[in-house]
Design a protein around this ligand. Structure first.
Ligand SMILES: NC(=O)c1ccc[n+]([C@@H]2O[C@H](COP(=O)([O-])OP(=O)(O)OC[C@H]3O[C@@H](n4cnc5c(N)ncnc54)[C@H](OP(=O)(O)O)[C@@H]3O)[C@@H](O)[C@H]2O)c1
Length: 256
């Protein structure tokens, strides 16, 4: 049986680490991307401990990867090519959250957020595409957010519409949604599926652990989209809605 190879960016902590753990628990070989070597090695140890004893196939390997650094991304692609010759799953998970309301936008800060959350995804995806094309049925998952949903942000009935207006992070995720749709469109005649995942409001460093979902729940959508069957969708946003127990709350396809 051929092993499935998955690369997860920003996998040293939070939802990315948990996504790597859950994929590894399914016997998938996980390449845990991290921009900091010490944090990456620590995550590799924690993943191997968590996956230890699972037997066939389960393996975890740290791979240095800063999504904003062209050289680092190309070196990661070259290493995967030498080691495995292909890539079956790419989870573009790494992101940063910064910024205040539109009227106080700091353009340097916005560029920084877009450099990671949007251009980083395009940089990594294009570097990995030759390897993804060599896999029998590759899956690309872009980890987005419901705060990037224009439908939800402008629906007075949505809890998101009640939140203070932010600019950099929400608009970076809206851009990522279109990036996802356009890759899905370009690749629609290939076996590659490209989708966006919404973890829901999850307790991680990103929000100083104010989220009400666990990382296990937060990683669910990424794992689902990373392991879609051949008749699964491409070009959708999927995951957890903001509110628990509120009307319309649920888990499934979400409005862009
Ligand atoms: N938490 C939520 O409520 C929530 C909700 C919706 C969507 N999301 C999305 O879920 C994903 C994971 O977020 P999280 O909550 O798990 O956040 P997190 O705990 O802050 O983890 C973010 C990860 O991204 C990495 N990263 C940041 N910049 C990077 C770069 N330039 N290159 C490589 N890695 C980089 C971080 O590495 P360092 O440790 O080196 O900083 C870290 O591993 C993000 O796409 C986020 O937007 C989160």
């Amino acid at each position: 049986m051929t092993t499935t190879i998955a690369l997860i960016t920003g996998a040293n902590k939070g939802i990315g680490f948990e996504t790597a753990r859950q994929l590894g628990a399914r016997g998938i070989t996980v390449l845990a991307g991290a921009r900091d070597k010490a944090r990456g090695r620590q995550a590799q140890g924690a993943l191997r401990d968590a996956l230890g004893g699972l037997g066939d196939g389960a393996a975890a390997q740290f791979i240095p990867l800063d999504v904003t650094d062209e050289k680092s991304v190309q070196e990661a692609a070259d290493w995967i090519e030498r080691e495995y010759g292909r890539l079956d799953i790419l989870v573009n998970n790494a992101a940063i959250a910064r910024g205040g309301p539109p009227s106080q936008a700091d353009l340097d800060e916005m560029r920084e957020v877009f450099e990671t959350n949007v251009f980083g995804v395009i940089r990594v995806t294009n570097a990995m595409l030759p390897l993804l094309r060599r896999a029998p049925a590759a899956r690309i998952v872009n980890v987005s957010s419901e705060v990037g949903s224009i439908t939800s942000q402008t629906d007075p009935a949505s809890p998101l519409a009640q939140m203070p207006a932010g600019l950099a992070y929400p608009s970076s995720k809206s851009a990522l949604n279109m990036v996802t749709a356009m890759y899905a469109k370009e690749l629609r005649d290939t076996p590659i599926k490209v989708n966006a995942a919404n973890p829901g409001y999850t307790a991680t460093d990103l929000n100083r652990h104010s989220g009400f979902r666990s990382v296990a729940e937060g990683a669910e959508a990424s794992v689902y989209l990373a392991t879609l069957p051949d008749d699964g969708p491409s070009g959708i946003l999927w995951g957890h809605l903001w509110a628990t127990g509120a009307p319309g709350d649920g888990y499934g396809p979400l409005p862009w």
